[in-house]
Design a protein. Structure first.
Lengths: 438, 270
């Protein structure tokens, strides 16, 4: 298992660092391609969400320089980055991926979005050919494990999501949400979810602004809301009590002077900004204004930490599932590895016997004169039948031995018996074999 | 006897006082219920004490002790009114210590300063005292609310997990409590000052604006009016509103203390 993983998440790195590492969706395919082309890396995949940036790879020797890749790709020095990085290999990397996909490593343990995000990252990497056999195996298993955790534990059920935390915070500010107005800036899944929660708790009306106006209209229609042109954002924003912002803008779009304008027009009635964008949309100096309450993604994490205790028990259960799944994955992987080890031998054996068969047929053919097609077929069937019968036991023995990890010994014996030491299988053979097995 | 009831009331208020300090650091439903019961019981004793003095005809309206006792009772009534509407005991954090302090002074058997002048229109005097004290009580609540607003605002800004489980009501609820108390108190205060002027005019024939008591009272009223205006006009709240409320509150205390310097506004012994 030459899996390697390196990354930062909400626990290891502050938002400032994650902001610099975040890879926008549009540049993800390039990043995957770069990664797969990096020395020592066979397959690679990049997961970039607002809480984590992780590089997963299957490497040629199990110790590729992933740090080097990060430094090169993000133009960051070791001093800036290394203190925040975590790195896992082999079984630990598998465990980490399982935990991430099952939402056990999430800021809000049990939230469902992460699985979707990992699936998207996987699809992106697969589309550019950066993910093939090995990572395929790993991730399809990870998705199955996530499903199992979800159905067998209550980790995801009492859904303490960012959205419901946002509702609670809004209630701490406004008391009741009846009649309050919500403004979604940047139409995204997470903002939509938060808005849905807020509306369910009584918020009356909704505005949507998005760089692409059509998307704003689409989302506004879902909520019976009103789409706003992005240019009118600052002129309209003060009418909202709660602003959910998640644009992909590289700089803050709400700055101190905007906050001051809003408050003046609102007669200082407070405003609540839920800033789920990375990099942040609300500048820190605007958040300091009296009457502006801005929570970024890290603040929301702190706010949910009080709920996390409730789920600890379920999370423990989930961890146990993960542990057993990691073991299973490892066993299966090793079994597969051993099977791969015997495959070249089986192929050589088949080739060897086929060669003998062809040679023998060619030798006797001259003495037989002209043969009818029926006779040709009969001879072909007869010789093949003999070869197959002879090969059957050694091949079965080889396959069984592979599962019981005695492969090396049996392979040696078979190779010696049939004198098969000339041909080595190429990696291409191995891959084909993986693709066609089962 | 009335003093005894008042001291019982004081005992009950003491329990609420402890709550006020504990509530600052942690939240306990049980404890806030106990504090509420204690405060209600205290009010019953307090009411009995006030009624007894009044029924016995001993109630001297312009006595410092009766005044403090009445103000404490009115503040507590405001607190209960807010509890009835908003189901929160948190204004107690500010109200309970003030009520305790007022009741404590009133319950200590000490002869106060005498109101030396003869007052010709007793009805106006009674109206003046009740109106002014209601205004004061509203101001106490408003002051309390503005402090709580600051506290809650700070908690929300600090973004600690505890801000979700804090004992404080929502920011806008605190704001409403403060604003409504302010709005309610203002007419009382204004009418109180007007009736006071009437008493002064009927007793002395004129209002002496240079008298420290009257000067300070007018100043306090002006601050009060500025508070109502800024709040209504530009929605001042939070830190700026708290500064104004503190200013008005201090002005009120100083105006009260001016009784000891004023030539015309003196109290009788109870």
């Amino acid at each position: 298992m030459r899996y390697q993983l390196i990354g930062v998440n909400h626990k290891s790195a502050p938002l400032e660092v994650r902001e610099r590492l975040a890879i926008p969706e549009s540049r993800l395919p390039d990043a995957c391609r770069d990664l797969a082309a990096y020395p020592g890396i066979e397959e690679g995949m990049v997961i970039s969400t607002c809480n984590r940036v992780e590089i997963v790879a299957h490497t040629t020797n199990g110790s590729a320089d992933l740090r080097g890749f990060l430094h090169d790709h993000f133009h960051l020095t070791a001093a800036e980055l290394d203190a925040h990085l975590y790195e896992f290999r082999e079984k630990d990397a598998v465990r980490h991926i399982f935990r991430v996909a099952s939402s056990l490593d999430s800021m809000v343990v049990g939230e469902a979005q992460i699985l979707g995000q990992v699936k998207e990252a996987y699809a992106t990497a697969r589309a550019v050919g950066a993910v093939r056999g090995q990572l395929d195996q790993l991730f399809s298993r990870a998705f199955a494990v996530a499903k199992r955790v979800r159905s067998e534990t209550a980790v995801g059920s009492s859904s303490v999501s960012i959205a419901s935390v946002a509702v609670e915070l809004a209630k701490k500010i406004f008391g009741t949400l009846e009649g309050k107005t919500v403004f979604i800036v940047g139409a995204g899944k997470m903002s939509e979810l938060a808005a849905r929660h807020l509306m369910a708790h009584g918020c009356a009306s909704i505005f949507v602004a998005n760089r692409t106006y059509e998307r704003a209209i689409g989302l506004a229609q879902k909520f019976d809301g009103q789409a706003i042109k992005f240019d009118d954002l600052y002129a309209t924003c003060d009418r909202a009590d709660i602003v959910i912002t998640s644009t992909g803008a590289p700089h803050a779009i709400f700055r101190r002077e905007h906050g001051e304008q809003f408050l003046a027009r609102r007669k200082n009635r407070p405003m609540f900004f839920i800033d789920i964008a990375v990099p942040r949309d609300v500048s820190p100096d605007m958040a300091k204004l009296d009457g502006i309450f801005a929570y970024d993604i890290d603040d929301l994490q702190q706010a949910v930490s009080s709920h996390v205790a409730d789920r600890r028990k379920e999370a423990e259960l989930a961890e146990a599932i993960i542990t057993s799944e990691v073991e299973k994955f490892k066993d299966r992987f090793e079994a597969r590895q051993h099977t791969l080890d015997v495959v070249p031998t089986i192929v050589s054996l088949q080739d060897h016997l086929e060669m003998i068969r062809q040679a023998e047929i060619d030798r006797v053919r001259g003495r037989m004169g002209t043969l009818t097609p029926e006779q040709e077929i009969a001879i072909e069937a007869l010789t093949r039948g003999i070869i197959n019968k002879v090969m059957h036991t050694p091949i079965t023995t080889l396959k069984t031995a592979a599962k019981e990890s005695e492969a090396t010994t049996v392979v040696d014996v078979v190779r010696r018996l049939f004198n098969l030491h000339d041909k080595e299988a190429t990696p291409a053979d191995k891959k084909n074999e993986v693709g066609t097995r089962h | 006897m009335s003093l005894l009831w008042l001291r019982f009331a004081l005992g009950c208020y003491f329990i609420s006082l402890i709550y006020a300090f504990v509530a600052l650091t942690r939240t306990s439903d049980l404890f806030s219920r106990i504090a509420l019961q204690a405060a209600s019981l205290g009010m019953v004793f307090h009411f009995v004490s006030l009624a007894e003095v009044f029924m016995a005809g001993q109630f001297v309206w312009a006595s410092v002790h009766n005044g403090e006792s009445l103000l404490a009772f009115l503040s507590m009534s405001f607190f209960m009114l807010i509890y009835a509407i908003y189901h929160t005991t948190s204004p107690g954090v500010v109200v309970f210590p003030i009520v305790f302090f007022l009741t404590f002074i009133a319950a200590v058997d000490q002869q106060p300063v005498l109101l030396t002048q003869y007052v010709s229109h007793k009805g106006w005097l009674v109206a003046h005292i009740i109106l002014i004290f209601t205004g004061y009580a509203a101001l106490v609540l408003s002051f309390g609310a503005s402090l709580l607003y600051l506290l809650q605002e700070r908690r929300l800004k600090a973004k600690k997990a505890s801000s979700l489980i804090s004992f404080l009501p929502a920011l806008e609820v605190i704001d409403q409590i403060g604003y409504r108390s302010l709005l309610l108190g203002f007419p009382f205060m204004t009418l109180g000052l007007l009736t006071g002027s009437i008493v002064a005019v009927t007793t002395y024939g004129r209002v002496d604006f240079l008298d420290p008591k009257i000067l300070l009272s007018v100043l306090m009223w002006a601050v009060y009016m500025i508070m109502v205006f800024t709040r209504w006009n530009s929605g001042w709240r939070g830190r700026r509103a708290a500064v104004l409320a503190t200013f008005a509150f201090v002005a009120a205390i100083v105006a009260w203390a001016a009784n000891y310097f004023s030539a015309i506004h003196r109290f009788a012994a109870s």
